[in-house]
Structure formats: structure tokens, C-alpha cells
Design a protein. Structure first.
Ligand code: SAM
Ligand code: SF4
Length: 333
């Protein structure tokens, strides 16, 4: 489907990828993501499923070809599967890919429905396969459900990519095992540097692990061959020759990848952010709930293209304020 008015930002980047947060709520409390006593948004501030659907359609009209549903935990939102089915109907008709990022706790229940709605790939976050460490890190005892979710997703025909945040002194020594496990089970995997987003209990800098160092350690055990990046995303990929698996490195701190950024993010309250690390935003909820939603949404999307920043400026150091007060669970990972 051709698009009359594609989204192109002030730096001539064509925006084709939307990360849409469907809730800020979550059934885990990963310590690098949010504090134990997280304050969630009042439900009335969150967009309805109909509004999220309308937004999705408006973005597809403007040339968005890939939508990733995220959160918070997208699968804890009641009836979210209806939204997945509704957006899935646009697959092959403007939309090329519909996918989601999940912590996996409820994936076993939804894997079949997701596949039936046209989802073919999901990202599942998994930082450890040690039950005790999982409980410490996520403050909940849910590893068994997550592993069952991954297995069910595979059985349902979904391609699973594992997302792992690399944490110094926490899961650092387990990373080679996770890489091997993912590769031998047919899952791609991406390692992520921890980003300074929102206040958490404790200092993130204590656990910041630069991925170039992780790669050096992995190379003592595996043969990593660079492969071209054709996803347009921030990850740089290698092939792990011993397992045949694909491994990505997302390095927001050690290496800036903004020049090729093709994405925008919308929170569950309809705030569009041009960048995970920036404060620039446009209020889509106001446009959606106005007297002339179509015209106002179109204007808001044009404005979003004007304000999308050139790059983020993440720094992680002792005592520093977070780069943004928003938690990752708010903007959507
Ligand atoms: N709840 C879902 C999940 O965990 O997959 C989706 C939302 S979560 C915010 C998306 C991704 O962001 C997860 O892979 C999580 O590990 C990652 N994440 C959360 N906080 C982060 C931070 N401060 N730095 C880097 N990654 C973070
Ligand atoms: Fe929840 Fe995902 Fe944040 Fe963990 S990373 S607390 S699963 S939103």
C-alpha cells in the first residue's frame, strides 16, 4: 500500500515503526525498571482499546508498517487480545508486522491467540534462568510461567527472541549460558545495556555492564561472526557459530545508533515521544478526544516529525539524575 504523506522527521529519517504501550502496569517489578512501590496511572488516563486501535490505524495511514505492542506488561491489560486481532486485520494491507514485547508470564495462555491474530514474532524478556535470582531481580516468583510461556509460544509457531539486560555482578556470569540456551533452542537473543530511565531503588550505575566487555568474554567461548543488520533497529548482530543462533547487542550507552532511527513511541496515555531518552512529546490523546480527531491527529503527527530529536544523550554515572524521569515501563521498551 502506498502512503500519500509518509512520516519523515527533520533529519530526513523515514519513520515506519511504532512502539505502542497499552498499559503502564506490570505483574513483575524488575529492579532496573521500576521501584517495588511503583505508582501506576489512574485507569481513566489510559487510552481505551478503541482509542489505541484508532491510533494504530492513523499511523498505518501515514506509512507505519511495523507496530510493536509493549508496556508495562501488554498481556496484563484486560482484553488486549481484541486489539491484537483488530490491528492484525491490517496485516498485508499497510501493516507488514505486528509484534509484542512481553515478560512472558501470561504468554502460555495467549500464544495461540496471538498467532491466530497474525503475530509471528514476540520478544520475551528473560534476564536469568536461576529461579532465586529471577525472584530477586523481578521481585516475583514467576520463572516457571515465563519458561512455559516461551515453550508454548514456540509450539504455537511464534518466533521468540529473548531480551536480556546485562547487569554487572547480577546475571553477568550467566550470560554465556543464556546465549547457549537461546541458540540451541532456536531463539534469537538480544543483550541490552541498562539505561538511566526513571528512579529505581538503588543505583543503576553499580550494575551497568558495557556490552563491548561482554562480547570480549563471550568470544573466549564462542566464535562470533558479524552479520549485516537488516532490521533497521538499534541492535548490531552476530552469528554464534557453535549454536547457529543470532545474537544482538543494543548499546545505547557505549555506541549511539540514532542516525538510522526509524521509530517513535506512544505511551498508554497517548503521549508520543520521539525518543526514549528525550522529553519532547506530542499529546495524541487530546487530539483523539477533540471535536475534529482526524484533522487534529494529522496535525499532531506532523508536529511529532518536527520535534523528534536527532539523538539521545544517555550517561550513566554515580549520583546522576536519570536521563528522563519516565520509567521504561511508561514509554514502552
Ligand atoms: N514488560 C515487558 C517486558 O519486560 O518485556 C515489556 C516492557 S519492558 C519496559 C521492555 C524491555 O525494556 C524489557 O526487555 C526490559 O528488560 C527492558 N528495560 C526495562 N527497563 C530498562 C532499563 N532501565 N534499561 C534497559 N532496558 C530496560
Ligand atoms: Fe515489568 Fe517489563 Fe519493567 Fe520488568 S521490564 S518491571 S516485566 S515492564
Amino acid at each position: 500500500m502506498s502512503c500519500d504523506k509518509p512520516l519523515v522527521d527533520a533529519f530526513q529519517r523515514r519513520i515506519s515503526y511504532l512502539r505502542l504501550s497499552v498499559t503502564d502496569r506490570c505483574d513483575l517489578r524488575c529492579s532496573y525498571c521500576m521501584p517495588e512501590r511503583m505508582t501506576f496511572l489512574p485507569k481513566k488516563e489510559v487510552l481505551s482499546l478503541e482509542e489505541l486501535h484508532k491510533l494504530g490505524l492513523a499511523f498505518i495511514e501515514r506509512g507505519i508498517t511495523k507496530i510493536r505492542l509493549t508496556g508495562g506488561e501488554p498481556l496484563v491489560r484486560r482484553d488486549v487480545i481484541e486489539l491484537v486481532h483488530a490491528l492484525g486485520r491490517k496485516l498485508g494491507n499497510g501493516l507488514e508486522e505486528l509484534t509484542l514485547t512481553t515478560n512472558g508470564t501470561r504468554l502460555a495462555e495467549f500464544a495461540g491467540d496471538l498467532h491466530a491474530a497474525g503475530v509471528r514474532r514476540v520478544n520475551v524478556s528473560l534476564d536469568t534462568m536461576d529461579g532465586e535470582l529471577f525472584q530477586t531481580l523481578s521481585r516475583r516468583d514467576r520463572l516457571v510461567e515465563v519458561l512455559r510461556g516461551i515453550a508454548e509460544a514456540k509450539r504455537a509457531g511464534l518466533h521468540v527472541k529473548i531480551n536480556t539486560v546485562a547487569l554487572k555482578g547480577i546475571n553477568e556470569s550467566e550470560i554465556p549460558f543464556l546465549v547457549e540456551w537461546a541458540g540451541t533452542h532456536g531463539h534469537d537473543m538480544t543483550l541490552i545495556e541498562v539505561m538511566p530511565l526513571g528512579e529505581v531503588d538503588g543505583e543503576r550505575v553499580d550494575h551497568y555492564l558495557p556490552l563491548p566487555a561482554v562480547r570480549d568474554t563471550l568470544e573466549e567461548r564462542f566464535t562470533l561472526t558479524d552479520i549485516g543488520d537488516n532490521t533497521g533497529g538499534p541492535a548490531r548482530y552476530v552469528r554464534v557459530e557453535e549454536t547457529g543462533g543470532r545474537l544482538g547487542f543494543i548499546t545505547p550507552l557505549t555506541n549511539n545508533f540514532c542516525a538510522t532511527c526509524n521509530r517513535i513511541r506512544v505511551t498508554a496515555t497517548g503521549q508520543l515521544y520521539g525518543c526514549l531518552g528525550g522529553a519532547e512529546k506530542v499529546d495524541l490523546r487530546g487530539a483523539l478526544r477533540s471535536e475534529a480527531p482526524d484533522a487534529n491527529l494529522a496535525t499532531a503527527l506532523d508536529e511529532a516529525m518536527r520535534i523528534k530529536p536527532e539523538k539521545h544523550h544517555f550517561r550513566i554515572e554515580e549520583g546522576a539524575e536519570p536521563a528522563q524521569p519516565r520509567h521504561m515501563s511508561m514509554t514502552g521498551g
